[in-house]
Design a protein around this ligand. Structure first.
Ligand SMILES: Cc1cc2nc3c(=O)[nH]c(=O)nc-3n(C[C@H](O)[C@H](O)[C@H](O)COP(=O)(O)O)c2cc1C
Length: 452
């Protein structure tokens, strides 16, 4: 087997991210709130040996213009812990990653929820640390406006220290359960955190034993300077939204370079760009499927999304003409330029561009046969653009079936993807070390004892 293996996370949310997905022929329009469908998908992902299933969270209805929002099936979804706790009882090996907000939640809540999920799943929990990108969330949590970006990241950094400190409240062997003498835990093996920082005050200890994995796997998705630095310091998995190989290589080198400066091994962090994958019998067939899917994005929805991406009202543009010149604006400059370049390069009409942007938000696309998709993935892996992918399926269940039944076997044949899980926990499968307890170094692992 090749030494470097592709890592796969499924970006489910819990349905497809594409806004036309629910209208595709044969797709499940009610996937978001249909537990039987979600369960079927995760079981297929586990049979295909995916590393993890990821459930995002935005703490509010998505902040899109109403013309787009009313047509999007991802505007509402399950609360991640409730969903993943239920799914943990129907799976055995696949990782379960939930978003947890450091802006709108409290570290004590987050620490105990993830510790609980880690026990319920026998060591498969992962925490996607976000500062919450949706400004509307503030309005649901008693605030008038969103906390400022830098401030959010400062709180996030302290939040991480508190949560991991709380997970270390108990030595792994604190719970002696001495039936004869009636002593349930050993008092010297309990640590009171007593944290008093700039943003947070938490006494502790946590009222749950140390998680099976020591700490659930730490995931980050921030792309800014502050986001990259916190990722290099703390993350074990990074989700990125990059759509081309040179930018991906630059991000990869940047984050892994920062890790080296901090004395962290570069293998202890896996970078997974989102990849929107459409599989066909030929490249032309796959492109036709993508066109059909994009065609299901209503023009109102596409134009509203395009306006947001351009930072300019696109509603007056001729739908069947080329993209006009757009004046400078305050919106993300690199994001806007990517859209303008794409329109020019592919000679797209405003309608096509709107459908593209309104569909899968302009993420990295892999559209082709199992062999061409495997080639592309292999190239990204070999040239240090990524350690794997955060796979987005175009429609469900067919898009997922195409991936697990056709792309996964091709990658396995090339020795690039596992045929069996290597370990029992998400950490073991990702090749990540189990963290030492910072207050009780060298104590025996409770989970190792339980399993051993
Ligand atoms: C794959 C992926 C998943 C994300 N999931 C969430 C999420 O569930 N909730 C959220 O508020 N933000 C999510 N984000 C947004 C990031 O947390 C972050 O805010 C964004 O990438 C911008 O980075 P910055 O805040 O460092 O500027 C996600 C981003 C990516 C690329």
């Amino acid at each position: 087997m090749a030494t470097r293996q592709i890592r796969f996370n499924a970006f489910m949310r819990p349905a497809s991210i594409h806004t036309g997905a629910w209208r595709y022929p044969g797709a499940w329009p009610d996937m978001n709130f249909n537990f039987a469908h979600i369960k079927e998908c995760i079981q297929k992902l586990e049979a295909a040996k995916f590393d993890a299933f990821f459930m995002a969270d935005h703490m509010a209805v998505l902040n899109m213009p109403m013309d787009a929002l009313k047509r999007s099936h991802t505007s509402t979804s399950f609360e991640p812990f409730t969903l993943l706790s239920a799914l943990s009882q129907h799976t055995e090996r696949i990782g379960l990653v939930a978003t947890g907000s450091t802006t709108f939640d409290e570290p004590y809540h987050i620490a105990r929820r993830f510790a609980s999920l880690d026990y319920l799943s026998n060591g498969r929990a992962g925490w996607n640390i976000v500062t919450t990108s949706n400004p509307d969330a503030a309005l649901n949590f008693g605030m008038e406006e969103h906390m400022e970006h830098d401030e959010r990241y400062k709180r996030a950094r302290e939040f991480y220290d508190v949560v991991t400190g709380l997970w270390d409240s108990w030595a792994d062997d604190a719970f002696i359960r001495d039936v004869e003498n009636g002593i349930f835990f050993e008092p010297s093996k309990m640590h009171v955190l007593d944290h008093r920082g700039e943003h947070l005050k938490v006494r502790g200890p946590l009222n749950i034993a140390r998680p099976i994995q020591g700490w659930p796997v730490i995931v980050q998705a921030g792309a800014s300077e502050a986001g990259r630095q916190i990722a290099a310091e703390t993350a074990e998995v990074v989700f990125s939204g990059i759509d081309n190989l040179p930018d991906a290589q630059a991000l990869y080198a940047d984050i892994k370079g920062r890790m080296a400066k901090l004395g962290r091994s570069r293998d202890h962090l896996k970078i997974l760009p989102g990849a929107f994958v459409v599989v066909g019998d030929s490249v032309a067939d796959a492109k036709a499927k993508k066109r059909q899917l994009d065609g299901l994005v209503h023009p109102d929805s596409g134009i509203a999304s395009l306006s947001v991406r351009l930072g300019h009202d696109a509603s007056g543009f001729d739908l069947d003409g080329p993209l006009p010149e757009i004046p400078e604006s305050n919106a993300s400059k690199s994001g806007r330029q990517r859209i303008v370049d794409l329109a020019r390069r592919e000679n797209m009409t405003v309608r096509q561009l709107a459908q593209h942007v309104g569909g899968a938000f302009g993420s990295l696309e892999m559209i082709g046969t199992p062999a061409t998709i495997a080639d592309q993935m292999e190239e990204w892996l070999a040239s240090e653009g990524s350690d794997g992918f955060n796979v987005m399926f175009p429609y469900l269940p067919q898009g997922l079936d195409d991936f697990v039944d056709r792309v996964v076997p091709e990658l396995q044949r090339r020795g690039l993807f596992r045929r069996e899980y290597e370990g029992a926990t998400l950490r073991e499968n990702l090749g990540l070390p189990r963290p030492e307890n910072r207050f009780f170094a060298g104590a025996t692992s409770e989970s190792a004892r339980r399993r051993g």
